[in-house]
Design a protein around this ligand. Structure first.
Ligand code: SF4
Ligand code: SF4
Length: 282
């Protein structure tokens, strides 16, 4: 069972729901894995406090030109959509930070003068925290290509009963990479005009991907009713509403679990999980 937690915008409480849900389900005896796919700013570790046991580099293949074979024909440069390789004078220059590792330049080189070499763009950490198997992808500072890190994280073999995927905020490629192929998507939102606008975009995304989904409204007693009205109008299930709780905000700022301030949250999260399981088994 793969459950992804996404949100149209940052700061809605997505990681709070993802980490708390992971621990609550693990406490029922399930083997649970938590994947932090918010690779530009992973923060699930703050709450799960894992002991990291392994780190793996994530690389992409970039071209290396053998200038002895190269005739400076310029085919590679013309083929590169990202302007990552160029003939400059009597040499061919590769700009690694622009390269997407697509291999197009290698395919077109008539002299077989290009080979691939790996370039590290991020890494994956794995360990265990609070009874949950922890996996985190992290893009190196200055790098912009997050999808390969997310892809590498999603490809890791895990035989866990339940896999909780903490997606990055937004609705762009990195999010799609994170939620693609999951069994259920929880969209976490806040009942504000900005929250609603981003929720509408996120709903469009999951509908396009044809994934089952539902909404969790955080700080549900703040803002207005337009989010609930939108969900009613669109036939979207509101799975859980979480009213603003100052104690939860304080716990969050300390990197503590929300159910540590009130056991009712554990019960509610367990109901949320059961609700998702029931829907998927229908
Ligand atoms: S691998 Fe792709 S992105 Fe990189 S230089 Fe070659 S054509 Fe350009
Ligand atoms: S396509 Fe090959 S031969 Fe032509 S410039 Fe590029 S590396 Fe050199």
């Amino acid at each position: 069972m793969k459950i992804s937690i996404a949100s149209g915008k940052g700061g809605t409480g997505k990681t709070t729901i993802a980490t708390n849900l992971a621990v609550v389900v693990a406490r029922t005896g399930k083997d649970v894995a938590y994947l932090d796919c918010d690779v530009e700013e992973p923060n699930g570790h703050i709450f799960l406090k894992p002991e990291i046991t392994e780190q793996l580099d994530v690389t992409i293949p970039i071209p290396k030109v053998d200038i002895d074979k190269c005739t400076l024909c310029g085919e590679c440069s013309a083929a590169c959509e990202y302007h990552a390789i160029a003939v400059l004078g009597k040499s061919v220059q590769v700009f690694p930070s622009l390269c997407h590792g697509c291999g197009g330049c290698i395919d077109v080189c008539p002299e077989d003068a290009i080979e691939e070499i790996p370039r590290t763009i991020g890494h994956i950490s794995r360990g265990v925290g609070m009874g949950v198997k922890f996996y985190e992808g992290r893009l190196n500072v200055g790098e912009v290509l997050s999808p390969p890190v997310t892809r590498a994280l999603r490809k890791l073999p895990t035989k866990s009963d339940v896999i909780i995927i903490d997606a990055p905020p937004g609705t762009s490629c990195p999010v799609i990479e994170a939620i693609r192929g999951t069994d259920f998507v929880i969209l976490v939102t806040e009942p504000t005009p900005f929250g609603l606008n981003d929720l509408e975009l996120a709903v469009g995304m999951v509908r396009e991907l044809d994934l089952p989904y539902g909404v969790v409204i955080n700080c549900s007693d703040i803002g207005d009713n337009r989010t609930k009205e939108y969900c009613r109008r669109e036939g979207i299930d509101i799975l859980m509403e979480i009213p603003y709780d100052r104690q939860v905000a304080v716990a969050y700022s300390r990197g503590e679990m929300m159910f540590s301030v009130n056991s009712q949250y554990e019960e509610n999260l367990h109901k949320l999980y059961q609700n998702i399981i029931d829907r998927n088994s229908r």
